[in-house]
Design a protein around this ligand. Structure first.
Ligand SMILES: Cc1cc2nc3c(=O)[nH]c(=O)nc-3n(C[C@H](O)[C@H](O)[C@H](O)COP(=O)(O)OP(=O)(O)OC[C@H]3O[C@@H](n4cnc5c(N)ncnc54)[C@H](O)[C@@H]3O)c2cc1C
Length: 401
């Protein structure tokens, strides 16, 4: 009933991506962090390998891979770029590309998705605002239809990929942006739009993050940003639900990314404790060190399996065999645990390096800072706990009225 073996196709893909990750990404992780940019040649190599369109259908330049396969690729990328910048670049576009593919107009999909798959355009998500992040229903950005065109006003903040959309990518980029277009309780009345960040009326801002600096975080104010009708994603007033589907996909991939980074960092730790001696013997011979290694390895592997279980549930849902409940539940559990377990495992491995662990000669701080972002990004740890509890207790326990 359960088969843990990757398919032949997945095995080959993992091998190719691992080679790229170890030969190209890992040696350049510090360059990515310090340069505050994913170098253009790396983006091009990923596009040439077909990774950037991997979840999209061939019609849009992709290869139509399922969420499990996407997760395996993300894990391999994370083993190389432990800063998480390249994995974020991959995951945001893959998860939200699939939302655009499912709900976008044909005209918009034809204009955006081939550019994303070719590494020429960036595609992101813009839900968070200066005053609200976890409570998506409290967004203040407004959208209204006037004279056959949508007009958006508001501000988004803490958004990944703003600089990439505005400055870096040759074809620019845009974000799936949530705006309230009508009254309604909870998520009802919220719509999703594709907003190119070079549109008139957009004023971008940039933030100084202390980790995963190779991909930008910023915001953009919108003053009467005008969009054609075709930029509405899905039905008016139903954007919140499309966003939750995208978050599920993104969170499942994040689970794999955190585990990939943690495993790579623990492997670096293993190399160190097999070589470094204290009190006349290798650090790896001390039981206190061995126990930490065993516990962390097992915990990260357990979370990895949970993330794969969530992505598999998403796959079955797409095939018409699964349910939203099964996907959301498993993925929320994985997203709740993955950054926390990964952070603890990396922190313990860093300890083995002694004082060198506090220098830039030891790369583990890159991983520590990278996975820490996921205790907030794409839904904070506490919100994942609320989702799990909601699925267990029922929605009545989460209404204030
Ligand atoms: C590096 C990075 C990249 C990001 N990229 C994007 C992006 O591309 N697009 C995008 O839209 N957003 C992005 N975000 C924003 C992210 O989604 C939000 O940070 C997240 O949703 C939390 O929102 P907030 O920061 O406004 O915190 P708040 O919602 O203000 O919450 C603050 C704290 O309170 C906790 N909290 C809130 N409500 C509850 C509750 N009911 N019970 C218990 N605890 C609670 C939260 O968990 C959090 O720890 C990014 C964030 C980071 C750090």
């Amino acid at each position: 009933m359960i088969d843990f073996e990757p398919t032949e196709e997945q095995r080959m893909l993992k091998k190719t991506v691992r080679e790229f990750s170890q030969k190209v990404l890992f040696p350049r992780a510090r360059e990515i962090e310090k340069g505050e940019k994913i170098p253009d040649d790396i983006i091009k190599q990923m596009a040439d390998m077909g990774i950037l369109g991997i979840g999209l259908s061939p019609e849009y330049g992709g290869s139509g891979m399922d969420p499990v396969t996407v997760g395996l690729v993300a894990e391999e990328l994370a083993r190389g770029d432990i800063t998480c910048a390249v994995p974020v670049f991959f995951l945001v576009q893959t998860a939200w590309g699939c939302v655009l593919q499912k709900y976008g107009s044909d005209e918009l999909k034809g204009r955006v998705l081939p550019g994303v798959a070719a590494g020429k355009q960036f595609l992101g998500i813009a839900s968070t605002e200066p005053d609200t992040g976890s409570d998506v229903t409290a967004i203040r950005t407004r959208g209204a239809m006037l004279g056959g065109r949508w007009h958006l006003d508001g501000e988004k903040m803490f958004i990944s990929g703003v600089r990439e959309s505005v400055h870096q990518m040759p074809g620019g980029g845009g974000h799936l942006t949530l705006a309230r277009t009508g009254a309604g309780k909870g998520g009802a009345g919220i719509s999703m739009f594709y907003v190119p960040l070079t549109s008139r009326g957009i004023d971008p801002t940039y933030l100084e993050d202390w980790g995963r600096r190779g991909i930008s975080t910023g915001g953009f104010a919108m003053v009467d940003v005008e969009l054609p009708a075709s930029h509405l994603i899905g039905e008016e007033g139903k954007g919140f639900y499309a966003a939750m589907e995208g978050f599920d996909y993104a969170r499942g991939i994040i689970g794999m990314i955190c585990c990939g980074v943690a495993q790579r960092c623990m492997e670096l730790g293993i190399d160190h404790i097999k070589g470094r001696k204290a009190f006349g013997q290798h650090l790896g011979k001390f039981e206190g060190v061995q126990f930490k290694l065993a516990e962390n390895w097992a915990q990260v592997e357990a979370v990895r399996l949970l993330a794969l279980r969530g992505l598999w549930a998403l796959k079955t849902e797409r095939e018409g065999r699964g349910s939203r409940f099964a996907s959301t539940m498993a993925i929320a559990m994985a997203k709740m645990l993955a950054p926390v377990q990964a952070f603890g495992a990396i922190n313990d491995a860093m300890q083995w390096f002694g004082a060198m662990g506090y220098t830039e000669d030891c790369p583990l701080e890159l991983g520590l800072k990278g996975v820490r972002s996921y205790m907030w990004a794409e839904g904070a740890t506490e919100i994942q706990k609320l989702i799990v509890a909601r699925e267990l207790l029922g929605r009545d326990f989460f209404r204030n009225d």
